[in-house]
Write a protein that binds this ligand. Structure first.
Ligand SMILES: Cc1cc2nc3c(=O)[nH]c(=O)nc-3n(C[C@H](O)[C@H](O)[C@H](O)COP(=O)(O)OP(=O)(O)OC[C@H]3O[C@@H](n4cnc5c(N)ncnc54)[C@H](O)[C@@H]3O)c2cc1C
Length: 457
């Protein structure tokens, strides 16, 4: 059997490592030049001080990537690096491009392990040079050992604290954290806490990060809202409301983060079933406990199936691989399957708490008129509202009205904001609005790449 896996993060690597034990041929394709995905980016190349900076989880990821590298590129596992997948079809043909050439190949089973995307936080000034996402700053830190100086971090969620402590460890602490969660978010979140050892370990890790930030004297403002950024000559002025007053702070860089949601570009382009996740305010692919999607032979693993974090992503990679095997009539050790399912379920307990605590806020999910919401085509929120008043019913018609979602990112970053804005203007829920119809190529390709197409048998 030929299995195609897209994404070499913890989910994709674990799926490949599980399948390599069998006699099947596996092809794992990823855009990056090495395995690791978002969290374990460059982890195999880690220098000794990196474990202190990026934490023990990152160090453990280095072991996983090295284990993957030792089996990759033998005759049964091909790791195609630096390759952008731009199409996956219902009959399980994957198309990708590397350099000037594009390739396609048919597979018996396809595992989508394309991870998460940072939720867009469209506020006035978020597209200014020097303003980026917290995740983008972390990529800079992991790959180039460069920390944006004098940074103000805005938003909420675990990644905000993680990157702030990593900046601190690298000797360039952030200037301040402007956090959007309020006291009532804590009060509503606590009833969702179901304590088990996984949850306790997670909470202790979070408390440890907050302690480090506080001992270093880093200012944290909570219940922040109505943030706007003005930039001039490489300096930023961030205005925000907190405690009933407006405040201003200057910054060398501004890093925004409003949590993450599944990357659903492929699952949408394949027309797979999705369900509205009210807790994380996003669309999740509708899958069974082992990652089977609504179309036979297509499986989804990791954060692309629903946000549960890196450890859960590894387990879901294993589960998707086991689903592929059982669907081909092969036997899987029942006790291993039951234990993996049970461990994976434990990660759901912390998610319910985090989703409620860091629920996206309306003031940026449904931004003011002048805010740019589609960075590629520079479309503002007022253009979307006006289109709806002229009769535009949903995200697909909006493309014709405004080109919103038709730029380089193909709607990856503006998708959820567009859904929220149309829902709010029409007085409906986001679940009733639907999503962009995503078509391949889901990432830009050149005519040269199409002309140089090679079909692999
Ligand atoms: C920016 C960012 C930073 C994060 N940092 C941390 C962190 O420091 N600590 C932490 O605990 N969690 C972090 N997370 C969450 C963490 O990424 C996930 O929990 C975990 O990595 C999920 O693993 P995964 O295998 O599902 O996906 P990922 O690790 O995201 O791997 C997905 C892989 O798919 C590849 N891919 C996607 N689309 C394509 C395509 N079209 N063609 C080819 N390849 C493709 C990507 O290159 C990537 O390597 C971060 C998330 C984001 C978005």
């Amino acid at each position: 059997m030929q299995v195609g896996i897209i994404g070499a993060g913890p989910a994709g690597m674990m799926a490949a490592l599980t399948l390599i034990e069998t006699n099947h041929e596996i092809t794992l394709i990823d855009e990056q030049s090495m395995g690791g995905g978002q969290i374990y980016r460059h982890a195999a190349q880690m220098a000794s001080q990196d474990a202190r900076i990026f934490g023990s989880d990152y160090a453990a990821g280095g072991d996983l990537v090295r284990r993957f590298n030792t089996v990759a590129d033998n005759e049964r596992l091909t790791h195609i690096k630096g390759a952008t997948v731009w199409s996956v079809t219902e009959d399980r043909e994957i198309a990708w491009s590397v350099g000037e050439i594009s390739y396609s190949r048919l597979f018996d089973a396809v595992i989508l392990a394309t991870g998460a995307l940072e939720r867009a936080m469209p506020i006035v000034g978020w597209t200014n040079p020097g303003v980026m996402t917290v995740g983008a700053a972390q990529i800079l830190m992991k790959t180039a050992r460069h920390v944006p100086a004098e940074s103000v971090l805005i938003g909420s969620g675990p990644l905000l604290y993680l990157v702030a402590t990593q900046m601190l460890e690298m000797g360039t602490p952030p200037k301040a954290l402007l956090e959007t969660q309020t006291i009532s978010d804590y009060l509503y979140a606590f009833p969702h806490l179901r304590l088990n050892s996984t949850v306790i370990a997670y909470l202790l890790k979070g408390a440890g990060m907050l302690r480090k930030l506080s001992s270093a004297g880093i200012r944290r403002h909570t219940a922040v809202s109505d943030v706007s950024i003005t930039s001039e000559a490489g300096q930023h002025r961030v205005a925000f409301s907190c405690g009933g007053k407006m405040h201003k702070i200057t910054a060398g860089h501004v890093l925004v983060h409003a949590g993450v949601h599944p990357n659903i570009q492929f699952s949408q382009s394949l027309g797979l079933a999705h369900c509205w996740n009210e807790a994380n305010h996003c669309l999740d692919p509708d899958i069974d406990a082992m990652g089977r999607s609504s179309k036979s032979g297509i499986y989804i693993a990791g954060d692309g199936a629903g946000i549960l974090g890196a450890d859960a992503a590894q387990l879901s990679g294993q589960l998707a691989a086991m689903a592929v095997l059982t669907d081909q009539g092969e036997s899987v050790e029942a006790s291993i399957l039951a234990a993996t399912l049970s461990k994976h379920r434990r990660f759901r307990s912390i998610r319910a708490f985090l989703d409620r605590l860091y629920k996206p806020k309306k003031w940026y999910s449904v931004p003011d008129d002048e805010t740019i919401i589609c960075r590629c085509e520079e479309v503002t929120a007022s253009t979307v509202r006006n289109a709806v008043r002229l009769g535009c019913l949903g995200p697909n018609q909006l493309k014709a009205f405004s080109r919103c979602g038709m730029g380089n990112c193909q709607g990856r970053y503006c998708g959820m904001t567009v859904v929220n804005l149309i829902a709010d203007t029409r007085g409906l829920s986001p679940a009733e609005i639907g999503y962009y119809r995503i078509r391949s190529p889901i990432k830009p390709i050149t005519l040269e790449q199409i002309a140089n197409h090679d079909t692999i048998n």
